[in-house]
Ligand binder design. Structure first.
Ligand SMILES: [Zn+2]
Length: 399
């Protein structure tokens, strides 16, 4: 669904005030004092700031507990504890992926996200349940958010026979991206895991987005194998490494050569700016020319109780985690959550410029930095020229 709209007196990216004329879902003109064409709705921008739609570049729509009874988390400390606990309890907790993904999608839209990349579990206990559910939401809520799916072997790929065949089925079903997970720490077979997922990328001509939680030397080793395959298979610009905690290692002799290669191979990094000690250094990556995006990751799921799908808050977390204090540094966090995500998701018609899709958020504030700091709930969210959320109320509801 596309629409026409004239937004008066708004400040694109906190610049000078002007009008934005949207025709058929695209930004047709940005200028002062545009005459309203007949029949076109007019929205008063009130001198507020317009930013391009927020990009939730890493989440798990299929597994949020949003709207379900409160889940008391008593899960063990290891990654495998969380993986097994979730898989074993999904049906007991009635985590219907179609309903849960719809709930999180509406919440994301309310907070200003116009694009979502969602990893979706593929495992031998649940088969295509998650993929089919999130695809139902992708198709049913296309008017408020664009969603792309990553087929994600959350429980491991080779350690659970049958998963690779399901991953293949998920790609056939229309997942846009191949996922992967800790080739050393979970599958304990880095070569086998990476050859399998890169094989799927080759078969379907799709990009890769791999979860890499492995720390220090182990993570660096896996990253090296990923870069080796990216180079050999001509997948420059088609690989994202999510989390990449090893880049937060304090040893420059380990990290610097990795960053140089990431830049050379145009491999993107996704960071949630986690509170744990090792996290990718955002400014250093950007300075090296690496594309960086961010995401909420799991929102109120069996892994943890936090999250509200607010990518402006995520920009603040990036600032806090990276010790950003200057305005130009804080603004980098917002860049990561907008244009950075769009670059990673290869959204061609993204941005506040004539000819681009009219996906934007209007928020009160003096500067971009102030937007991040105050995170006003007074947001107007425009998707393809239509106001889809206003001050916390969406045009859509979820079951
Ligand atoms: Zn994740």
């Amino acid at each position: 669904m596309t629409a026409s709209l004239l937004i008066r007196n708004v400040r694109p990216n906190a610049g000078p005030a002007l009008d934005i004329l949207i025709e058929n879902g695209r930004i047709a003109r940005m200028a002062k004092d545009i005459a309203a064409p007949a029949g076109v709705a007019v929205e008063d921008g009130r001198g507020e700031i317009a930013i391009p739609g927020l990009v939730e570049a890493h989440t798990h729509l299929d597994k949020s507990l949003w709207g379900q009874p409160w889940y008391v988390n008593e899960v063990g400390p290891k990654l495998l504890d969380k993986i097994d606990n979730e898989r074993l309890n999904k049906r007991r907790l009635d985590l219907d992926p179609a309903r849960q993904s719809a709930r999180q999608t509406v919440q994301s839209s309310l907070m200003g996200s116009t694009h979502i990349r969602s990893h979706v579990d593929v495992d031998t206990d649940h088969g295509m349940w998650g993929v089919e559910g999130v695809m139902q939401t992708r198709d049913g809520y296309r008017d408020i958010v664009d969603i792309e799916l990553v087929a994600f072997p959350q429980s491991g790929l080779l350690r659970r026979p049958g998963t690779l065949e399901l991953m293949d089925q998920a790609m056939k079903a229309g997942c846009e991206i191949v996922g992967g997970l800790d080739p050393c720490a979970i599958d304990r077979d880095p070569k086998g895991h990476l050859d399998a997922i890169f094989g799927l990328c080759q078969t379907y001509g799709k990009p890769l987005d791999i979860h890499l939680h492995e720390p220090g030397e182990m993570g660096a080793f896996s990253m090296d194998l990923i870069m080796e395959r990216t180079r050999a298979l001509g997948m420059k610009g088609k690989v994202t490494i999510s989390h990449a905690f090893c880049l937060g290692s304090p040893d420059p002799a380990l990290v610097d050569p990795l960053i140089a290669q990431l830049a050379e191979l145009d491999i993107a990094i996704m960071t949630t700016a986690p509170s744990r000690s090792a996290a990718p250094p955002v400014k250093k990556l950007l300075d090296a020319g690496v594309r960086v995006c961010s995401g909420s990751d799991g929102i109120r799921d069996t892994w943890g109780p936090y999250g509200n799908a607010d990518m402006v808050e995520r920009a603040m977390f990036i600032g806090l985690r990276n010790n950003f204090r200057r305005d130009d540094e804080v603004d980098l966090g917002l860049d990561v959550c907008t244009t950075g995500g769009a670059a990673v998701m290869e959204i061609a018609d993204y941005g506040l410029a004539e000819g681009k899709a009219a996906d934007l958020v209007i928020m009160p504030g003096e500067s971009l930095t102030e937007l991040v700091v105050t995170r006003s709930p007074k947001r107007r969210v425009v998707k393809r020229g239509r106001v889809v959320a206003r001050d916390g109320v969406s045009v859509r509801t979820a079951p």
